[in-house]
Structures are given as structure tokens and as C-alpha cells.
Design a protein around this ligand. Structure first.
Ligand code: ATP
Ligand code: MG
Length: 631
């Protein structure tokens, strides 16, 4: 439905991986910076411990000659060699003190990085949710809810871990490796070379391995999405599943998917375990080589005993982070996929709430924070409170390229009149309404729909939807009380008087009076605790409450008996006096009082006129009338 020019423009404002990360990191980055400073302090403190042990062994306990200037200064500061020899608790105490500070900084590091992580995930959820709410109905039709939910939960979690843990670990590992190598080189460059030769091997092996299994991780994520989709679909459609006795089939479908998913993870885990084992083997060999060669160096007098012990400690500090690097790289490959899955949502073009002309300006001004800013942009467009003429002019439309659903529709609804639309199922009645409400957008060269002479494509969607009240064919109630649902268009505490009046017009009042909790009755998710007719009447009450200049009832009386239908129509006629009304129905009795009735057949308006005119015409309307009155 998009023109190719528009698509190109969208491509330009797509966020790259790094832009997506930068966008989400806003607001939490300072916590991560503090975390980094703290981890730097921890690494520095950790480096001092082995040095103290080395000096104590070599220059305090032993009689090694030629202590370095730093060692000399440290020994003097603690009272001199003899004094420390008699009071060995001094170096022990310093080591403990350093450990205490290191623990304190480690604690603070955890606190700050967790705060950063929580702020980050909070922003990610907020932005994703706000963006998803703005995505067009057609986008929601193309994407499975279960998969979207998975992207908003487990993928968000993966990205958070990547940014708050893996990136921080990468930084820490960098510092530790740098510091360890520095101290090791200062002790023995040749022993360091023997140890360091393993570093690129371990890292290279990790990268190679994780590149090999990246595709499997992506597949596993997709399989998880499919699994959630099946579960979600079955929960939403629980009644259909029961009614058609599909439990066994659905269970088997779920189990097959679940088995496949489990098998996939078992295979992945087997690969990961193999990786960790082999990695352990390489790291173990490295430690063994350093201990053995260090001992040789020590015996041959190339390094002192203290240096040997310190070197082994530093080497231990090097081994852990290098191995950690393997895990980080493994998770990073997952994070890349998750970021792409989240980017898919963030880069999907939202339904612009402002006019088409304002959109270009918006896009230019808000490339990376477009979602949030455009969403909060004030609505300045207004159609006023009086009904205006609605005109469909040569409107043609297709959902998917190829099959045209509406063909050259011409319709005029003069302000303040009622239009009835009659047509068989699938004729295109709801489509007509969806186009008017801009739930689907009419492409540029497929005709025009105007309100008061203005092309609806140039009207702010929010203003348009405030102007048009629409009772959808399949009403959807949100969880909450009946009163809250009826006053859904009016935020805040429900105005009970208005709610009662709306319920009266929708012929819902007597039913509600019979409920123990009245208007405080809790309506379950999607209104499952109400009957079909009660749900429809609640939806009518919502629109009555909204009191819009244009009201559309898409087959809204199909689930009520003819008596209630008549009562509601009578009430509506009174209530909607002065408003423009569009009534869609299969029942001629519902429509016969309309000022004009349009008969739609296979996407074409085939007849138009008042009830009497259409009867006299003797066409399709007459035929349907005869069938409906012959019972
Ligand atoms: N979201 C969609 N994507 C693709 N095709 C659609 C979509 N919605 C409707 N259609 C198709 O468009 C045609 C017209 O559908 P529409 O819902 O407008 O019919 P209708 O006249 O309202 O029927 P009913 O009386 O059953 O509600 C149908 O053939 C339907 O299959
Ligand atoms: Mg319909």
C-alpha cells in the first residue's frame, strides 16, 4: 500500500545496530560510566596484592638484593625491613585492607551497573511499547502477537544483558588483561610471551566457534517465537479450540514444536559444553606451562621466588578474563540477533499521527528519537464538533496487491444524515469504514475520501478518530469494570451519570441493573464474561459516550434480538440527531429508516437510494428484502 518513494524515505531513517543501542542507552549511560571507573579501581587494587606478596618474600623474608624504588619506598614506609620482619602482620593487614576496599568497590560496581541495567531495560520496554502502539493495523496483521511479545521480553532481556553485563565485562577484561600483561612483562618478558601466546588462541577459538553456531541461535529464537505464538493463539482462541474439539490437535501441534525446540537447545548445549571443555583444556595447559616454566626460571635464578609467585598470580588473573571473553563473545552473537529483532520493530514505520505534510518535517527533526517525540507531539488539527459532508470519490482499494476489494466507489454522506450500507459478507463494507478511519491508508492514486472537502490523508489521525466514533464489527473490551469500558474515550474517573445515559441509549441499562455489581462488574480480558450481545451494546455505549460528530456502527446490532435492535435504533435516532451516522447491517429492518441506503456487492456500489426508492427499483435490495420478509 506504500508508494515506492515513501519506502525509500523510510530506509533512510532506519536505525543501525549502533544507533539503536545509543538510543536505548540514553539515560543509563552515566551509571555504566561510574561502573567502569569502579571496575578500573577494582582491577588496580587486585594488581597490588601479588606485588606485596612478592616484596615480602623477596625483600623482607628473603635477602634479595636491589629492590626496586617502589619496593624500597614501600618497605621504608612500613618501618623498614627489620621492623616488618618482626611484625609480619603488617603486609598481611595491608593485603586484607586492599581486599576490603576491592570488595567495597566491587559492591558499588554491582549497584551502579544494576541501576544502569534496570534503567536501560525500563526505557527499552517503554519505547518498544509506545512504538508498537503506533504501528499500523496492517503491520499487526502481518506479525504474530506471540513473536512480538517474545521480541519485547526475551530479546529485550538479551540486549540488556549484552549492554549491562557483556559490554562491562569486555571493559573489565580489557583492563585486567592489560594490567596483568604489564606486571607480567615487568617480571619476565620471555615467560610472559609463553603465557600470552595462548591468548589469541583462546580468543580466536571462541570467535570461530561462536560464529559457527550463530545461525543456530537465530533458529532457536525463531522456534521459541513460534512456540509462544501457538500458546498465545490457543489462549486467545480458547473457546474456538474447545468448540471445535481441537484440543488434541493443538496439543500435538504444541508438543511437536516444543520437542523440536528442546532438541535444538540440547544440540546447542552439547556444542557449548564441548566448547567449554576444550577451552578449559587450553586454559589448563597455559597455566601448567607457566607454572612449570616459571619453576625452571626460578631454579635457574632468572626470577626470584617472590616474582615467581606474583607471576603465577598475575597469570591466573589473565586466564580468567580471557576465558570469560569466550562467554562474552558467545552471548554477543545472541545479542546481535536480538538487537536486529528489536530493530525490526523500531524500524517498522509507525502510523504517522500528524498530517502527511507535517510528517516530512517530523522525520527530519527526529531521526533517532522519532518514536517518542512524534508520539508526544501536540495535536493541533481539529475538525470541529459539527458533522461535515463525507465523500468517497472513485475509491478503489486492495489489501494485497492483485485482489481488489473495492472498485470505483462513489458515495456521499451529507452532514447530519444517516447512511445505511447493505451487502453480503465479504462485499467490502468494513473495508470502506476502515479506510474512512484511516486504519488502512488509501494509496494516493486510488481515489479520494474527503470530510468537509478535506482529503482525509491530510488530516491528523488523532483528530480524525476523535471526529469519527467507530463501533467495530468485533468489539474488544479491555479488562476493567463496565463503567471504565463505557467511558473508555474519557480518561479519568468515569462520569456515572453519562455512563448510565450511554447505557440507556445502548439498551444495556436493564441488563446491567441485573448484575450484582452493576456498572462495577469486572469485564474479563476481551470481555469474555459478557454475552455477545452485551459486548456489542457495551461497544455502542462507548461511542454514545464519546458523542462524536460522525458515528459508525459496523454490524453492531447483529448479536441482539430484533426487539432490542428496534429499541436501540429508536434511542440512537434520538441521541444522534444532528450527527452523521453510518449503519452497516445485513438486516434490512436495521437500515430501512436511513436517509440513504447503499447496496454494495463485490466491492461495487450497485444501488443507492431511500428504502422506498430501492424497493421500487426491484434490484438486489428488493431481492434481499423479499427473502428477509418471506419468513
Ligand atoms: N486485513 C485484511 N487483509 C486482507 N484481506 C482482507 C482484510 N480484511 C478483509 N479482507 C478481504 O476483503 C474483503 C472485504 O472484506 P470486508 O471485511 O470489508 O467485508 P464485509 O463486507 O465487511 O463483510 P462482513 O459482512 O462479513 O463483515 C474480503 O474478501 C476479505 O477477505
Ligand atoms: Mg465487515
Amino acid at each position: 500500500m506504500q508508494t515506492s518513494g515513501k519506502r525509500k524515505e523510510n530506509k533512510a531513517k532506519e536505525m543501525s545496530r549502533s544507533q539503536t543501542i545509543a538510543f536505548f542507552l540514553r539515560g543509563s549511560v552515566r551509571f555504566f560510566v561510574i561502573g567502569m571507573i569502579l571496575s578500573l579501581l577494582v582491577a588496580l587494587l587486585d594488581m597490588i596484592g601479588p606485588k606485596i606478596v612478592q616484596y615480602t618474600i623477596d625483600y623482607v623474608l628473603g635477602d634479595e638484593a636491589g629492590p626496586t624504588a617502589i619496593a624500597q619506598y614501600a618497605i621504608m614506609a612500613c618501618g623498614g625491613r627489620e621492623y616488618i620482619r618482626a611484625h609480619l602482620y603488617i603486609p598481611a593487614g595491608i593485603v586484607i585492607l586492599i581486599a576490603v576496599f576491592s570488595a567495597l568497590f566491587r559492591y558499588l560496581y554491582r549497584v551502579f551497573s544494576s541501576m544502569g541495567a534496570e534503567k536501560l531495560i525500563c526505557r527499552m520496554r517503554d519505547e518498544l511499547f509506545a512504538h508498537i502502539l503506533r504501528l499500523p493495523v496492517s503491520w499487526h496483521g502481518r506479525n504474530h502477537t506471540g513473536d512480538i511479545i517474545q521480541r519485547c521480553t526475551s530479546d529485550v532481556e538479551t540486549v540488556r544483558n549484552f549492554l549491562s553485563e557483556q559490554m562491562m565485562t569486555l571493559f573489565r577484561v580489557g583492563i585486567l588483561v592489560g594490567f596483568s600483561l604489564f606486571f607480567m612483562i615487568s617480571i619476565s618478558p620471555s615467560l610472559t610471551a609463553m603465557s600470552a601466546i595462548f591468548v589469541p588462541v583462546i580468543i580466536g577459538y571462541s570467535v570461530f566457534f561462536h560464529n559457527r553456531i550463530a545461525a543456530s541461535f537465530l533458529k532457536a529464537d525463531e522456534e521459541e517465537g513460534k512456540l509462544s505464538s501457538i500458546a498465545q493463539e490457543n489462549l486467545t482462541g480458547v473457546r474456538v479450540v474447545r468448540a471445535f474439539g481441537r484440543e488434541q490437535f493443538e496439543r500435538e501441534r504444541f508438543e511437536t514444536q516444543n520437542r523440536g525446540y528442546t532438541r535444538m537447545w540440547i544440540r546447542l548445549m552439547a556444542w557449548l559444553s564441548a566448547f567449554w571443555c576444550s577451552n578449559d583444556l587450553i586454559s589448563g595447559s597455559q597455566i601448567m606451562l607457566v607454572i612449570a616454566m616459571g619453576a625452571v626460571f626460578c631454579v635457574r635464578g632468572r626470577i626470584t621466588t617472590g616474582q615467581y609467585i606474583a607471576f603465577v598470580s598475575y597469570n591466573g588473573m589473565l586466564t580468567w578474563p580471557v576465558r570469560e571473553l569466550g562467554r562474552v563473545i558467545s552471548d554477543m552473537s545472541k545479542a546481535g540477533i536480538s538487537i536486529d529483532r528489536i530493530r525490526y520493530i523500531m524500524n517498522s514505520e509507525p502510523e504517522p499521527l500528524r498530517t502527511d505534510t507535517d510528517e516530512a518535517a517530523d522525520t527530519a527533526a527526529t531521526t533517532d528519537s522519532g518514536a517518542a517525540t512524534a508520539f508526544r507531539a501536540p495535536c493541533t488539527d481539529s475538525l470541529g464538533a459539527a458533522p461535515l459532508d463525507i465523500v468517497f470519490d472513485h475509491v478503489s482499494f486492495s489489501y494485497d496487491e492483485g485482489t481488489e476489494v473495492l472498485h470505483d466507489v462513489n458515495l456521499t454522506i451529507p452532514a447530519g444524515t444517516t447512511l445505511g450500507i447493505l451487502g453480503a459478507t465479504g462485499a467490502g463494507k468494513s473495508t470502506l469504514i476502515h479506510l474512512l478511519d484511516r486504519l488502512y491508508d488509501l494509496p494516493r492514486d486510488n481515489g479520494t475520501i474527503t470530510i468537509g472537502g478535506r482529503d482525509i490523508r491530510s488530516i491528523d489521525r488523532r483528530a480524525l478518530r476523535k471526529y469519527i466514533g467507530l463501533v467495530l464489527q468485533e468489539p474488544f473490551l479491555l479488562s476493567g469494570t463496565l463503567a471504565e469500558n463505557i467511558s473508555i474515550t474519557k480518561p479519568g474517573e468515569p462520569d456515572m451519570e453519562a455512563v448510565r445515559e450511554a447505557a440507556r441509549v445502548a439498551a444495556l441499562d436493564e441488563t446491567v441493573d441485573r448484575f450484582t455489581d452493576g456498572y462495577e462488574t469486572y469485564v474479563g480480558e476481551r470481555g469474555v464474561t459478557l454475552s455477545g450481545g452485551q459486548k456489542q451494546r457495551t461497544a455502542i455505549a462507548q461511542i454514545v459516550m464519546a458523542d462524536t460528530p460522525v458515528m459508525i456502527f459496523d454490524d453492531s446490532l447483529s448479536a441482539v434480538d430484533t426487539q432490542t435492535d428496534a429499541r436501540i435504533r429508536h434511542n440512537l435516532l434520538e441521541h444522534t440527531a444532528g450527527s452523521s451516522v453510518i449503519l452497516i447491517s445485513h438486516r434490512i429492518t436495521t437500515l430501512m429508516q436511513a436517509d440513504c441506503i447503499a447496496v454494495i456487492d463485490h466491492g461495487r456500489i450497485v444501488e443507492q437510494g431511500s428504502h422506498e426508492e430501492l424497493l421500487a427499483l426491484g434490484g438486489l435490495y428488493r431481492h434481499i428484502y423479499d427473502i428477509q420478509t418471506s419468513y
